[in-house]
Ligand binder design. Structure first.
Ligand code: NCD
Length: 311
């Protein structure tokens, strides 16, 4: 099939990502110019794993572009529960929708969907693999908070093994100059070597690994906290032992820089205390909003649609 799909961040060039961010900024400033851009277009959201933000963000994005949405919100309520393959599901959904956003528990499911659909497929998270549209939200947030995407020291903390948002973010950010990653995790939840090799070692990107957040917190421009991904553990005991490895509190933030940005893809469980929400350095709810604008920009690009000129 010849339509363009987005499985992970490298499917977009840095220039395209810049232009998506510029479109998102234009949508923020001129929402009326986009209000009918997707008139008569339909988005199908196929979510075979739990989601609040990502699915609703895609759906709100399509509604704000003047389009419509059809949705599978639960694997058990779709024919996946009868044993239908991803390939057959997306061939079917391609008959109803102009674009598909899909989340699936299996790594690689989005790539299978993209090969079989006849409309663009956007990966909204495939198992512990990647999550490119969360990264688009993260990049716009970083650009808005820091004014740049280069020359930054970025701490990633928590479950770096199963956290797909971390994998996509490293893949995206490692294409900019002057970046340093500080990887903070328990031994058992270290960044997988395939991500390290492909994104960091092959591009000679500086990084260090540690288990101790407090040892490095003062050196960071960005601290990206993550949830320990309970659903990807093979045994509950390991999850219980590791889940509270890092809990960010106002006390700990006293040791961080005044211009730190604290990010988190959400949902949060325990890893950021709610008292941190009052700190002006907390950016995680801004990420949520930025995600909607970036998904609007991405769907416009994939559908080949533009803003109204006279707004
Ligand atoms: C993330 C995900 O689904 O990977 N959530 C999201 O889409 N914002 C992070 C998580 O579930 O921990």
């Amino acid at each position: 099939m010849n339509q363009r799909s987005i499985i992970d961040v490298p499917d977009l060039s840095p220039d395209e990502i810049n232009s998506l961010m510029d479109t998102a900024e234009d949508i923020i400033s001129h929402p009326d110019a986009y209000a009918d851009a997707c008139h008569r277009k339909k988005l199908a959201t196929l979510f075979f794993e739990p989601s609040t933000r990502t699915r609703l963000s895609f759906e709100a994005a399509m509604y704000e572009l003047g389009g419509n949405v059809i949705s599978v919100t639960d694997a058990l309520s779709s024919s996946a529960a009868k044993g239908e393959s991803v390939a057959d599901t997306v061939k079917t959904v391609s008959c109803y929708a102009d674009i598909i956003a899909m989340r699936h528990p299996k790594e690689g499911a989005a790539a299978v969907a993209a090969r079989n659909a006849s409309v663009p497929v956007i990966n909204a998270g495939d198992g512990g693999h990647c999550h490119p549209t969360q990264t688009l939200a993260d990049l716009l947030t970083i650009r808005r908070e820091k004014g740049r995407l280069n020359n930054l020291t970025i701490g990633l903390c928590g479950d770096l093994k199963f956290g797909r948002t971390v994998h996509s973010l490293i893949n995206a950010m490692s294409r900019y100059d002057g970046l340093k990653f500080v990887l903070v995790s328990p031994e058992e939840l270290k960044l997988p070597s395939y991500v390290k090799n492909e994104a960091l070692k092959s591009r000679n990107v500086a990084y260090e690994q540690t288990t101790d957040l407090m040892e490095v917190i003062g050196s960071l421009d960005i601290l990206y906290m993550t949830r320990v991904q309970r659903e990807r553990f093979f045994n509950e005991e390991d999850y219980l032992r590791l889940r509270d490895s890092y809990i960010l509190t106002p006390e700990k933030l006293k040791h961080a820089r005044e211009d730190l940005s604290v990010m988190h893809p959400l949902p949060r469980v325990n890893e950021i205390s709610v008292a941190v929400d009052e700190d002006p350095r907390a950016c995680y709810f801004k990420q949520v909003l930025n995600g909607k604008y970036m998904r609007m920009a991405l769907m416009l690009m994939l559908l080949g649609l533009k803003r109204k000129e006279d707004c």
